[in-house]
Design a protein around this ligand. Structure first.
Ligand code: HSE
Length: 446
């Protein structure tokens, strides 16, 4: 049998994921060594908060509170950064890369904000960055795009990449509850953070969409070019009407090329979306993630699994450590580089130019001629109406429009986003319109 080598690892950040990595490495260390021919050895586990270093299945001599000890160790070629945040984590990561070390990170915010700088530092130092755990926790989507689908261009990638939002929307749908009520319960149960804004306002999904788009399309798309809308404005009422019309409401990340040419701009957007209720993503419920990847060679593929949590995320971190270990075994650190910018003239399309179908919910006075007034604004803007639904005024209760006004729903054919938003701004200025119109994009993904 071949000799089992050893890879020394320095783990910095013993929070939920860091502790999960330590625990799961201890649990399956022999199995992993048999599979790889390399033993993953945690030489250091570091956290400045000593309470986080308690009750871990490693010898006390491994525990340390100063990250410098880990970074300075010449016998540690791989650093696992699980600090979170974009300040100290960035310093640690760049320091490690500048010393030629390989870095494994789960830090989507750091990569989305500073990815270009980080990948450049890795290339400059002949180091490498592995980041499987940064997108969709345990789902191996990064490796799939980078290696499994290397033969493909990606006309379309879309999916549910935030478990918190999916949990909230799933419960709003199943239980007919309002956003605020479900959010409060989700916080009590630990499904949502005390400050939920990064999740519910779409920022976390935007980080992941930016990473996926950049990797899939071979240029740094930039977080500032990712359009983002969260789920706070989605009401149980909209979910109910969408369901009547045959749709489910999901927060999606959508990465789409405008056409099949190599010069086509890319759309990178995150927003609540109506999808057909029989679409496979409509059945991705609770805190699960699901991503569909359409490759020009492979066709349609789908990934499903847990996008968060200590175990799922540590599974991805350990997979990255396995890659680093196999590179070591083969005397290479960049068998597959972290990121390659090969489309230097590519660009991201602004949301103004995106084309989609739309659901509009207006709140209007119930007088003759109201539909005609609204339809005229849409018609003048060359926006085609697919269907109109007027409901009787529902009882006045939270989440429903006030009862002296009626909801009027328009489903639109494909139109340009800017044209729809401008038309809705004009509609909202009509005296018969009593509340801000709700706009939700509709996708069939045909
Ligand atoms: N907070 C994220 C989610 C997991 O709810 O999916 C980490 O990105």
């Amino acid at each position: 049998m071949e000799k089992v080598q050893q890879l020394n690892i320095g783990l910095i950040g013993a929070g939920v994921v860091g502790r999960g990595v330590v625990r799961n490495l201890a649990r399956n260390t022999d199995l992993i060594a048999e599979r790889l021919g390399v033993r993953l050895n945690l030489k250091w586990v570091c956290d400045k908060d000593k309470s986080r270093l308690k009750n871990l299945p490693v010898p006390a001599s491994v525990l340390v509170r100063d990250a410098k000890v880990v970074l300075d160790d010449p016998n540690v070629p791989v650093i696992v950064e699980l600090l979170g945040g974009t300040s100290f984590a960035r310093t640690v990561l760049l320091d490690a890369l500048n010393r030629g070390k390989v870095v494994v990170t789960a830090n989507k915010a750091l990569l989305a904000h500073h990815g270009e700088e980080i990948f450049a530092a890795a290339a400059r130092n002949s180091a490498n960055v592995f980041y499987e755990a940064s997108v969709c926790g345990g789902i191996p989507i990064i490796k799939a795009l980078r290696e499994g689908f290397v033969a493909n261009r990606f006309p379309l990638i879309y999916g549910i990449v935030n478990g918190t939002c999916n949990y909230i929307l799933s419960r709003m749908t199943a239980e007919g509850k309002d956003f605020d009520e479900v959010l409060a319960e989700a916080q009590k149960l630990g499904y949502a953070e005390a400050d939920p804004s990064l999740d519910v306002d779409g920022g976390d999904s935007a980080h992941k969409a930016t990473i996926l788009a950049s990797l899939a399309h071979g240029f740094w798309t930039g977080l500032e070019n990712t359009y983002v809308e969260g789920i706070r404005h989605v009401t149980k009422y909209d979910i109910e009407i969408a369901s009547e019309l045959g749709y489910a409401v999901k927060l999606l990340a959508i990465i789409k090329t405008a056409d099949a040419s190599d010069s086509a701009p890319i759309e990178v957007r995150v927003h609540p979306t109506l999808i057909p209720r029989d679409h496979v993503l409509a059945s991705v419920g609770g805190a699960f993630n699901g991503v569909v990847v359409r490759g020009d060679v492979v066709g349609e593929t789908m990934f499903y699994g847990r996008g968060a949590g200590a175990d799922a995320t540590s599974s991805a971190v350990i997979a990255d450590l396995a890659d680093a270990a196999l590179n070591l075994k083969c005397g290479s650190v960049q068998r597959v580089p972290a990121f390659v910018a090969h489309r230097l003239n590519a660009r991201v399309r602004t949301i103004d130019d995106v084309e989609s179908r739309y659901y509009l919910r207006l709140t209007v006075e119930d007088w003759p001629g109201v539909i005609a007034k609204v339809a005229k604004v849409l018609g003048d803007a060359d926006i085609s109406i697919a269907s109109v639904l007027q409901r009787e005024a529902p009882e006045s209760k939270p989440g429903h429009p006030p009862s002296d006004h009626v909801p009027l729903i328009f489903m639109l054919h494909v139109a340009k986003d800017r044209a729809v938003r401008d038309a809705v701004a004009e509609i909202d200025r009509l005296p018969v319109v009593k509340d801000k119109t709700i706009i939700i994009r509709v996708e069939n993904f045909d």
